[in-house]
Design a protein around this ligand. Sequence first.
Ligand code: HAG
Length: 222
Amino acid sequence: MATKPKLYYFKGRGPMESIRWLLAAAGVEFEEQFLETKEQYEKLQKNGCLLFGQVPLVEMDGMMLTQTRAILSYLAAKYNLYGKDLKERVRIDMYADGTLDLMLMIAVAPFKPTEEKKESLALAVTKARTRYLPVFEKILKDHQEDFLVGNKLSWADIQLLEAILMLEELDGSVLSDFPLLQTFKTKISNIPTIKKFLQPGSQRKPPPDSHYVSVVRDVLQF
Ligand code: HAG
C-alpha cells in the first residue's frame, strides 16, 4: 500500500494549510510532523530535505517537495483537480495564484507589530472586497457553471473556499455583495470530502495565535 504523504510544518496554518485542504478535498490521508524546535528544523536542513532552507516540506512519492505552489500544482495534477486541458489548467493556475497571494497577506500579518497587524488584516479584507472577490463573482456569472473552471471541481475551487472561510473569520459580512460566491461557498462546502475536513477534529488548523507565532519565531530564529 502506498505510504501516506508526510507534511513537515508548524502546528498552524501558514502556506501549508492550502496543501492540507487540497489533500483532504482529494480524499488523501496524510501524516504530519510538527516543527517545534530549532533542532528539528536544522536536522531537516542538514539532511538536505529543504531545497531553499524553507518549509512547507511534503515527503511523498519518494520525493522531498518544497515550494508551496509547486507542491499544490503537483497534487492538483496527481489527483485530477487540474482541468481537462492546458487552457483550463492555466486558468486554474491564475485563480489559485490569486487566492494564494491573498491568503499569504493574512498568513504573514501575525508576525507584524500589533498596529501593523491590524492594518495588514484590514488591507487584506479590503483587497478581497475590491480586487479578488469581484473577479470570482464575475467568473461564476460569465461561466454559468457550478465550478470556476469547466464543470468539475478543481484546485481553484478548493482554494477559493479556503480563502472565503479565512476572510469570514476576519469579517463575517465579506460575501454580502457577492450572491454567486455565497452559493458557491455552500456548494463546495458540502462536497463530502470537504464537508468532513470542515468538521471539528479534522487536520484543519485554527487561525494563528500568539503561541503559533512564538514557535515559528523560535524555530526560524527571527
Ligand atoms: C514557499 C520559512 C527561511 N516560497 C516558499 O513554500 O512558497 C516560501 C516559504 C516560507 O516563507 N517559509 C518560511 O521556511 C516559513 S512559513 N522561512 C525560513 O529561512 O526563509 C512563513 C509563513 O505563516 C508562516 O510563518 C512563516 C513566517 C513568515 C514571516 C514573514 C515575516
